[in-house]
Write a protein that binds this ligand. Structure first.
Ligand code: MD6
Ligand code: FE
Length: 229
């Protein structure tokens, strides 16, 4: 009913409008991308996460990580929680210390953990206990090549991914890096839960197009909650 200006509406229309408002308020739309991969559209109000994110980054600032081959990722990254994902010339790993500060990563805010647990549960993965959250910032032009997330000790635990700011096209190819992919556009407040048979699927993010978000500006943020240890 969005865009309908007239307030004269047949009774059935009124009921439909009410039903869709209820859905907006009490449950997000759920989309099965493939078995084990669930998209919870408009699951979270990111305004509630934004101040927490800012305070994390004052302790462990964004930085561009290097791959073992010496290339720089096009996203800028940080972490919160017990274990942070790091990449450098030695390769990928999880670390309890932020290599930039030599200190522990900032604690995972309660609101972050609660959100990740709630999303996992809604997607059919109860009892999720994340111990790390990778924070990636995409500016227009940044992308994430097809990859698997397989550095985590417990492959039975899902990964919960939260999108904030401008839209991005997320793609999944499946167990092989190449071949046909399915794609979905992720918007501010969308959450993807990735587990079970999809846990090791290859996936990535297409080059980010310029757009602007009213609170985040021309930037996309992605938080991925993991049980790393
Ligand atoms: C992103 N996401 O959305 C990249 N990984 O920016 C991921 O790489 C990802 O969304 C594991 C599980 C869910 C994800
Ligand atoms: Fe990933």
């Amino acid at each position: 009913m969005r865009g309908v200006k007239s307030n004269i509406m047949p009774v059935a229309g009124q009921e439909m409008k009410k039903a869709s408002m209820m859905r907006d308020l009490f449950a997000s739309d759920t989309v099965d991308i493939c078995p084990g991969m669930v998209l919870l559209r408009q699951f979270v109000d990111t305004a509630e996460l934004q101040p927490e994110l800012e305070s994390i980054l004052t302790v462990s600032p964004l930085r561009r990580m290097q791959t073992s081959r010496g290339f720089y990722l096009s996203v800028q990254s940080s972490n919160c929680g017990q274990l942070g994902w790091v990449s450098d010339r030695q390769g990928y790993r999880y670390s309890t210390l932020d290599p930039l500060t030599g200190q522990s990563w900032p604690a995972m805010p309660k609101a972050f953990r609660a959100l990740a647990q709630h999303a996992a549960e809604c997607a059919g993965f109860p009892g999720f206990m994340p111990d790390g959250c990778l924070i990636n910032q995409y500016q227009p032009g940044a992308q994430m090549g097809a990859h698997q997330d397989r550095d985590e000790a417990d492959a039975d635990a899902p990964i919960v991914s939260v999108s904030m700011g401008i839209d991005a096209r997320f793609f999944v190819t499946g167990p092989e890096r190449r071949g046909r992919s399915s794609a979905v556009d992720l918007s501010d407040g969308d959450v993807v839960v990735f587990g079970g048979p999809a846990r090791h699927h290859y996936h990535g993010v297409r080059k980010l197009k310029f757009s602007e978000h009213p609170r985040f500006g021309a930037v996309r943020w992605n938080l991925t909650f993991r049980k790393a240890g």
